[in-house]
Ligand binder design. Structure first.
Ligand SMILES: O=C(O)CCC(=O)C(=O)O
Ligand SMILES: [Fe+2]
Length: 352
């Protein structure tokens, strides 16, 4: 199990505050809470979420991942995600670049496809280490289902607020369609002698919504208008949620997919392993990534107001996702252009 007793986030390190959204009030469609969520989603694209009911399952996921990461490397590598742009499976530390110079990342991942968690005991996409399979029924599948429920509730709220026809967003994330949706547990080793070593490079998330559970600091955001990376402080019982590229594109930029990265936990927390858990909701593989201008006047107006930005990617969710993953892999690197080819919405805008 990841470290249970670890020091508090240092008090003298500045953090960026996030709005706290109460999931039970979202379920009840409380207008005040929906307004707060909308503010968070359209400004930074990050917020805390409490009363979501996933904490116990999250603990089980950390347990599963601790057993998985303890397997011999030879065993883990049998399930490696490979270099073709697939995400599902194991990713060893150093397999991805964190910047244009090709500096290696320091994190291990175990990524489990939503399609496999829901099809279990059948196989939908790939196989996993026995430590994943052993926890599928009691933990992985229930965690995926719970995360889908949370993210679908939020998608419905955005759908209505964007003036889209009923279910326009949820149907683009249909549960039965194969997609890049997955759950990931991340392990970063302690790096007390190298407190500035970037663990996961600056990125926007590839899909629609991310539901993140972390215990130690290290997550940082680049707040619009600021040059400095700022820490997001983990709060017990609070998940951190954020918008990814697909929702930013669908909404014509109304919903914000913000740059973030992971560095070692600050202060005395840096002596500890850092574990985090995410569920990523991503559109169905064949869904086109473009602003839904025909379906919403609000989105059409937003696109018309920002002619300098393009919301027509000309590609499907699968193509977007594959391109980004493939070009992060060290094995595919030819030079700084490989990193540029792995970038998402924020970097594309910055590059124009
Ligand atoms: O570990 C974290 O806090 C964030 C991880 C993350 O941003 C990602 O996996 O996309
Ligand atoms: Fe991320």
């Amino acid at each position: 199990m990841p470290s249970i007793h670890f020091p508090e986030f240092p008090e003298d390190i500045p953090t960026h505050p996030l709005l706290v959204i109460d999931y039970s009030l979202l379920v009840a469609r409380d207008q005040n809470e929906i307004d707060k969520l909308w503010g968070a989603a359209t400004n930074l694209g990050f917020w805390y979420l409490n009363n979501h009911g996933a904490d116990e399952l999250a603990e089980g996921m950390f347990q599963m991942a601790a057993e998985t990461m303890r397997l011999p490397m030879e065993e883990k590598l049998k399930f490696e995600q490979g270099d073709d742009g697939n995400s599902f499976g194991y990713k060893a530390a150093g397999a991805n670049a964190v910047d244009a110079t090709g500096a290696p990342d320091t994190v291990e991942f175990i990524n489990i496809a939503k399609d496999d968690a829901l099809a279990w005991p059948q196989q939908a996409r790939r196989t996993y280490p026995h430590t994943v399979n052993d926890h599928m029924n009691k933990t992985v599948t229930p965690f995926v289902k719970k995360s889908v429920e949370v993210n679908d509730t939020i998608l419905q709220i955005f759908n209505d607020r964007l003036g889209l026809p009923p279910d326009a967003l949820v149907k683009r994330h249909a549960l039965k369609e194969f997609s890049g949706s997955e759950t990931r547990v991340i392990k970063n080793p302690p790096t007390p002698n190298n407190p500035l070593k970037v663990a996961i490079g600056a990125h926007t998330d590839f899909g629609s919504l991310s539901f993140l559970h972390n215990r130690l600091g290290g997550l940082q955001v680049l707040v619009p208008g600021s040059e400095d990376w700022q820490y997001i402080k983990p709060l017990p019982g609070h998940a951190i949620c954020n918008i990814g590229d697909a929702l930013a594109l669908y909404s014509g930029g109304i919903l914000r997919s913000n740059l973030h990265r992971v560095v070692p936990p600050p202060g005395t927390q840096s002596q500890f392993e850092r574990w985090s858990l995410v569920y990523f909701t991503r559109p169905g593989n064949n869904e086109l990534l473009r602003a839904l201008v025909e379906d919403s006047k609000m989105i059409a107006d937003a696109v018309a107001r920002t002619p300098e930005k393009s919301f027509e990617t000309g590609c499907t969710s699968l193509e977007w996702f594959t391109r980004r993953i493939k070009n992060q892999r060290m094995k595919n690197r030819t030079g700084p252009e490989t990193w540029m080819n792995s970038r998402g919405t924020e970097h594309q805008v910055a590059a124009t």
